[in-house]
Design a protein around this ligand. Structure first.
Ligand code: ADP
Length: 149
């Protein structure tokens, strides 16, 4: 094996990694959920980001840990604020699709400086959420490369 051949194979393997082979399941909340309930749900689901959907189940927003923390240090009643007031909303959301390459998705995480992307399927009228892609997903893919070459 020449070193060059090995590195070309590795580069091929990296670019062949697909979102669909590594992403985790979607964790979704309705826009009307209160901030208090969203905090409880984030703990019970053991995730760092929640995706928000409207009544048609279309993606409308993203809630991060810091979004919830920022609201919690204010004086508002967390039981009275719905998450749609504090979420980051469409169209300002970075997302990916199952068929995307993991390199493209990883680049979005870095460019936007976020921890996760919703994995979506475009429908007429909006995007439905089929999974989530996080920094952990990328770490898992990195490990799979180390174990296969
Ligand atoms: P944290 O705020 O807990 O550090 P992030 O770095 O993921 O977590 O989020 C930073 C900000 O970017 C938050 O306000 C969050 O709502 C928003 N955000 C998170 N993920 C996305 C995304 N995929 N697209 C657009 N905005 C996002």
């Amino acid at each position: 094996y020449s070193g060059k051949k090995t590195s070309i194979n590795l580069l091929d393997s990296i670019h062949n990694l697909k979102v669909k082979d590594f992403h985790s399941g979607p964790v979704v909340v309705p826009e009307t959920m209160t901030v208090y309930d969203a905090i409880c749900f984030m703990f019970s689901e053991d995730v760092g980001t929640l995706f928000v959907v409207d009544k048609n189940e279309f993606l409308t927003g993203v809630l991060s840990r810091k979004d919830l923390l920022r609201t919690s240090i204010g004086t508002q009643d967390l039981n009275k604020i719905p998450v749609h007031i504090i979420m980051t909303r469409m169209p300002n959301i970075s997302y990916c699709e199952r068929s995307d390459s993991l390199v493209v998705a990883a680049n979005k995480l870095i460019e936007r400086e976020v921890d996760s992307l919703p994995v979506v399927e475009p429908q007429e009228g909006g995007l439905t959420i089929v999974g989530r892609l996080t920094k952990t997903t990328i770490t898992r893919a990195f490990l799979s490369l180390a174990q296969n070459v």
